[in-house]
Design a protein around this ligand. Structure first.
Ligand code: NAI
Length: 302
């Protein structure tokens, strides 16, 4: 499948006074690493949230993670027990995509797979009211590729949260070619309501963040693969030498090695440039089930 991307027409990206849609209800699709964090921050910001995943066991795991993370925030006095309980009461779990129907905005956080996301966007387009904004948390897939699966390109946008969502301040907002000013301003306004900071990118594979981050992580994997140094030394050099809060291989384990591999493939295919070719270690580790922190093993054991 060809990936579509592009720069909005001149002037499209200039902030202008435009309507902002009222958002009262939110649906999050996918309760994994990112989806549970996104549901967490919206529930805390007083939005009723429906969290959708494919199986009850995944939903239970997501709720357990959200509860643990909120408890940790409570222990650090970031939250009170009352706020935590109120936020948890705003969360509804569902294994049916149809339960997203009543939401003003849907944030899709399913795995980084173009066909899966296109299928979800086509279904959501049929299920949701015409006014509903369909946002994606994709790390790299062009928004235009997902908008093309719907009949509402003006209401499709990227809202790329960072991991771990409750902690990280940035939301990268990606405007597709057809994204309306109203949709953009609504996504920006919501980001601010969550206490986060928006940064806007045009619609290119990997946007700003992963276009810059993934080649660094990939290079660290190549350095390990070619025997330049141990994983610990590679991470130490980047941590203490470059003042990064964590080394690139540790960060890759946080992101998920399957997700890193998927993003590198989108970059390579999207730009038709072999410089983005994933280090073979990613395929090897992923095929062994070493997906990073979420599976208990990645570059490191947890
Ligand atoms: P994950 O693998 O941890 O979670 C994905 C979840 O989606 C799983 O719970 C899975 O059961 C569920 N799912 C699969 N098919 C589904 C469907 N048809 N309907 C509903 N749920 C479905 O993946 P992760 O890491 O949370 O990534 C999600 C998205 O967020 C990806 O697009 C990824 O690129 C992006 N992202 C990931 C970051 C990270 O650090 N992991 C950072 C920023 C964005």
């Amino acid at each position: 499948m060809t990936l579509e991307h592009g720069v909005p027409e001149k002037g499209d990206n200039v902030a202008c006074i435009s309507k902002v849609m009222d958002v009262a209800t939110v649906a999050v699709i996918g309760g994994g690493t990112m989806g549970n964090g996104i549901a967490h921050v919206f529930a805390l910001a007083r939005f009723p949230v429906v969290l959708v995943d494919t199986k009850e066991e995944f939903l239970k795991r997501a709720l357990a993670t959200i509860t643990d993370n909120m408890r940790r925030q409570t222990a650090k006095s970031i939250l009170t027990p009352t706020l935590m309980n109120e936020a948890l009461a705003r969360l509804k779990l569902s294994a049916k995509l149809e339960d997203a129907a009543q939401s003003d905005i849907v944030i899709e956080a399913a795995p980084e797979n173009l066909d899966l996301k296109r299928d979800l966007f086509a279904k959501l387009d049929n299920i949701c009211a015409p006014r509903t904004i369909l946002a994606t948390n994709t790390s790299s897939i062009p928004i235009a590729s997902l908008a093309a699966a719907t009949k509402r390109g003006d209401r499709v946008i990227g809202m790329h949260f960072m991991n771990p969502v409750p902690v990280m301040k940035l939301v990268e907002i990606i405007r597709g070619r057809a994204t309306s000013d109203e949709t953009y301003e609504t996504a920006r306004g919501l980001t601010l309501k969550l206490g986060k900071v928006p940064a806007c990118s045009n619609d290119f594979p990997g946007f700003i963040s992963n276009r810059i981050l993934m080649p660094m992580i990939n290079e660290a994997a190549w350095a390990l693969h070619q025997g330049v140094a141990t994983k610990e030394d590679i991470d130490t050099v980047m941590k203490l030498g470059m003042n990064h809060p964590m080394g690139p291989l540790t960060l890759a384990d946080y992101i998920g090695l399957d997700t890193c591999l998927a993003i590198l493939k989108v970059l390579e295919e999207g730009f038709k440039d072999p410089k983005y070719k994933a280090c073979p270690l990613f395929e090897q580790l992923v095929s062994q089930g070493r997906l990073g922190r979420k599976s208990g093993k990645g570059f490191y054991d947890y």
